[in-house]
Design a binder for this molecule. Structure first.
Ligand code: NCD
Length: 307
């Protein structure tokens, strides 16, 4: 049984295959409209979400399948103290595949060990968010046609931002990749990413505090919000929350083909005036999320693909 807990659960060639399938789905949506007619997806969301949950649901509906689930811990038996292992055992009787988001790091992994259906990690605490990474990779591949040799700037809350952790893990497998890590001192990437991923794989990276000092070198700028829900106190969040604001003036310092990505939701870190810039790709990115989740569901369910 295949689950998806981290982007490393897929090899580079499996990732390529998945993105090729997502491209074909984008070009020929009708071809796939009944591939999951008899299948059900359970969305088990113990933490808030708009895009991830709805894009999973849209993905399954586009494949002809059905969706069931819950969108907060309060409306599930977690509120009565049920473990994720027990929940997934039961959900395995009602659905063919499950996407789980949970505030605790590792909860989807624990669930996958008790599950008889494929489980997808839809975000676990400040740890990983592999399907956002699939979305990000597909977007970058469309915009740049490759990953090799790119300089990627990651800006904002690199400590708690799970999308950043997963994206770095996935990208270090491509030759010539370089990172510029842009964050306040307190929100730098955790050491399991710096040491175990970047240093161990001998990936060139720099860490800077000011976006202005880095923006002109970048091929892609990946902005993130400060993850308020993971802070221990509100004062620290308030001090940090507007540390970065990408505006028109900063965009003028960037290359003409430096694209801006953001997993969303945005708070203040990208000024709305940037939305008009043709390099602003974050809404398009959300659209790619549906195609790549459709591709993932088909692969994990081992559905025979139409020719
Ligand atoms: C991200 C997440 O949940 O980690 N959102 C998303 O899935 N698109 C980023 C965030 O919440 O800041």
């Amino acid at each position: 049984m295949k689950h998806l807990m981290s982007p490393l659960d897929l090899t580079v060639s499996e990732l390529d295959e998945l993105m090729d399938l997502a491209d074909d789905i984008e070009r020929n949506p009708k071809k796939y409209a009944h591939t999951c007619d008899d299948k059900r997806l359970a969305t088990l969301f113990y933490e808030p979400s708009t895009r991830t949950r709805l894009s999973f649901e849209a993905a399954m509906m586009n494949l002809g399948g059905k969706v069931l689930g819950f969108s907060s811990a309060d409306s599930s038996s977690a509120a009565k103290g049920e473990s994720v292992s027990d929940t997934i055992r039961v959900v395995s009787c009602y659905a063919d595949i499950a996407a789980m988001r949970h505030p605790k790091e590792g909860a989807p992994l624990v669930a996958s060990m008790a599950s008889s259906i494929p489980v997808i990690n839809a975000g676990d605490g400040g740890h990983q968010h592999p399907t956002q990474t699939l979305t990000d990779l597909l977007t970058i591949r469309h915009l740049k046609g490759k990953f090799d040799g790119l300089t990627i700037g990651l800006c904002g809350d690199l400590k708690f931002g799970r999308t950043v952790h997963s994206l770095i893990e996935a990208l270090v497998r491509y030759p010539g990749i370089r990172f510029v890590l842009i964050s306040p001192e307190e929100l730098r990437v955790p050491s399991y990413i710096r040491q175990d991923v970047l240093v161990r794989n001998q990936i060139p990276f720099t860490e800077v505090e000011r976006l202005e000092d880095a923006i002109s070198q970048l091929d892609v700028l990946y902005m993130t919000r400060v993850q308020r829900e993971r802070f221990f106190n509100e004062e620290d969040y308030v001090r940090m929350k507007d540390f970065y604001i990408l505006d028109k003036a900063k965009m003028e310092m960037a290359k003409k083909d430096m694209y801006v990505l953001h997993p969303l939701p945005r708070v203040n870190e990208i000024s709305v005036e940037v939305d008009q810039d043709p390099r602003a790709m974050y809404f398009k990115q959300a659209q790619y999320g549906v195609y790549v989740r459709m591709a993932l569901i088909l692969k994990l369910l081992e559905v025979e693909l139409p020719c």
